[in-house]
Design a protein around this ligand. Structure first.
Ligand SMILES: Cc1cc2nc3c(=O)[nH]c(=O)nc-3n(C[C@H](O)[C@H](O)[C@H](O)COP(=O)(O)OP(=O)(O)OC[C@H]3O[C@@H](n4cnc5c(N)ncnc54)[C@H](O)[C@@H]3O)c2cc1C
Ligand code: FES
Length: 335
């Protein structure tokens, strides 16, 4: 059975086949609805069911959606199959089309180890030119699985990609960058671009761009893109880390910031040493302490699920941030 899906307010329409999640059918037909993990973990694909019925497929959403959200009709599209025609509200989706996903080889250019983060640059084949939206991610394909990493550069620099990769002890992929098994000149395989954490290009609202850890990667991609397209935009950049060593990209950020007329950077440490003079605590609390009324802002948050979900609720409840002005991406553990 085929179901007609309508997504408001963008008036996006597509058909979903039975046995297929609503998100999978959207992506298959080129609609880049917000998403990341595609497995019911990150919450990026939440939407409100306005009419019709959905059934839940295998993935687990009890943890992501609160009881109140579920009661208000909120569903995760990567875990929902349509049972007949369905109308959904997804205020954060402006109707952007997906860019075709490709699998391509890439040559590792440089690996710059900064504490427990490696900044890796890979060189792409020259033709055909690789296209992506700022904020999207790539899967690195491995013999025994794949790992996802956000692109940190601007889409205009499409001959290379920059990734920020945190060392996870005993991990399948990240240790390769720290113990020399992957080095400059190695060939890897990538698949992408993926993900719906992209900038709302139709808006000129002041921005809060916030990250914890390597969640800074897509934030840097946004900034590099905005430096070319909207350098006078009001932008507040927050980077949270436990210690100062986790602010691994400060030098390159300060060069980038010189291209903006109205941007400020606030590093926030949750476990600083006694010399630290800057902001202390959790990044989401610092945002609210600095900007108590977020009603005219757009917020983009990337990092741990705990931070993005806490920020979403805190900003809506205490900062008057509209539901359609919060965008997030979470670095969930690979299945
Ligand atoms: C959409 C998306 C984008 C991502 N982008 C980035 C990025 O830009 N930079 C980046 O560093 N990572 C990113 N990640 C996470 C990344 O895909 C891997 O999960 C991570 O690098 C671990 O892979 P690994 O093979 O090294 O370790 P694994 O083999 O996956 O895990 C090794 C051990 O570490 C634990 N572990 C893994 N990840 C986490 C975590 N997040 N928190 C706590 N424990 C963990 C595992 O449970 C396991 O015990 C992203 C994830 C998603 C879904
Ligand atoms: S919860 Fe659906 S994409 Fe992550």
């Amino acid at each position: 059975m085929m179901s007609r899906i309508t997504v408001l307010p963008s008036q996006t329409q597509f058909d979903a086949e039975s046995g297929e999640t609503i998100l999978a059918s959207a992506i298959r037909q080129g609609h880049n609805l917000p998403h990341a993990c595609q497995s019911g973990v990150c919450g990026s694909c939440r939407a409100r069911l306005l009419s019709g019925k959905v059934s839940h497929s295998g993935c687990y959403d009890d943890y992501v959606l609160t009881d109140a959200e579920r009661e208000s009709g909120m569903v995760l599209l990567c875990c929902s199959e349509a049972e007949g025609d369905v109308e959904l509200d997804m205020p954060g989706y402006s109707g952007s089309r997906a860019i075709s996903v490709r699998t391509l080889p890439a040559r590792v250019g440089s690996i710059d180890v900064r504490g427990d983060v490696a900044v890796m640059e890979v060189v792409l084949p020259k033709a055909p030119a690789f296209k992506f939206y700022a904020g999207q991610y790539m899967d690195i394909l491995l013999k025994d699985g794949s790992r996802s990493y956000s692109i940190a550069n601007a889409p205009s620099q499409n001959d290379k990609l920059e990734f920020h990769i945190r060392h996870r002890q005993g991990g399948l992929f990240s240790p390769l960058l720290f113990d020399g098994r992957l080095e400059s000149g190695s060939i890897i395989r990538l698949r992408g671009p993926l993900g719906g954490f992209t900038l709302n290009e139709n808006s000129s609202k002041p921005l809060v761009l916030m990250a914890t850890g390597t969640g800074f990667a897509p934030i840097k991609s946004f900034l590099s893109h905005l430096a070319e397209t909207d350098p006078n935009r009001e932008i507040h950049i927050y980077h949270g880390s436990r210690t100062e060593a986790g602010l691994y990209d400060r030098e390159s950020l300060s060069v980038l910031l010189q291209q903006f007329s109205n941007a400020r950077y606030i590093p926030v440490l949750s476990r600083p040493n006694s010399q630290w003079q800057g902001a202390k605590g959790y990044v989401q609390q610092q945002v609210l302490a600095d900007i108590s009324d977020l009603s005219s802002y757009e917020v983009y948050a990337c990092g741990s699920l705990q931070m993005t979900e806490d920020a979403r609720r805190l900003f809506a409840e205490q900062g008057r941030l509209p539901e359609n002005a919060f965008f997030s991406d979470s670095f969930t553990v690979s299945a």
